[in-house]
Write a protein that binds this ligand. Sequence first.
Ligand SMILES: [Fe+2]
Length: 235
Amino acid sequence: MIDFHSHILPGIDDGSRSIEETKNLLLEAKNIGITKIISTSHYAIDCFETPEYKREELIKQLNSENKYPEIILGSEIFLTYNIIDLLKEYKASPINKTNYILFELPLKEQFLNLKDLINKLKENNYKLILAHPERYYIIQKNFNYLLELKEMGIIFQSNYASILGYYGLNAKLTLKKMLKNNLVSLLGSDVHRENTIYPRIPRAIKKIKSIITEEYFKDISENNALKILNNENIF
Ligand SMILES: [Fe+2]
């Protein structure tokens, strides 16, 4: 399994607080069968702004120990109108240096002119992955909004624990509906703290597998992520 969304690096954002916590998280992930983890530290202007080279150094150091799941460079970019500059200046990171970027939106408010910005990113050859769509109020309230984003080519990454109600009932119901409609392309932990999400994932997987086929699960827990890491199209 490939964990497509994590805050595993220490001291970069509101995720892991120390190298010890990071190592514990890596062991938790290994224990449940995760072999690769995309490091998607928050990149948010005026809040979390650790440039790519610093995160890359940490990843190199952890991977060199050769006893944990492999960590792969990425970012979870809080969407902003100058996102292209952040990418071109090696501040925020695409996934594994491909054309794919993982972005998040404000949870409660609508992002103005989202569609214009999506089009601009597409013109610049970026492929867009929206983090945990099931957690946004606007999508919980209006599923058509999600379908419109899908029409624009946006790929959806959902969080395992959403299915357990970890982010509330509305997120759980929205994820169920997404799964039933084949709208989820990737799954991730969105882990921030040790002893929180990873131990819950086996139970989440059982629930998810009661909704979708084994084959579809394999695609969204591993195959699609592998294609993205190779900069291939997933559909
Ligand atoms: Fe996240």
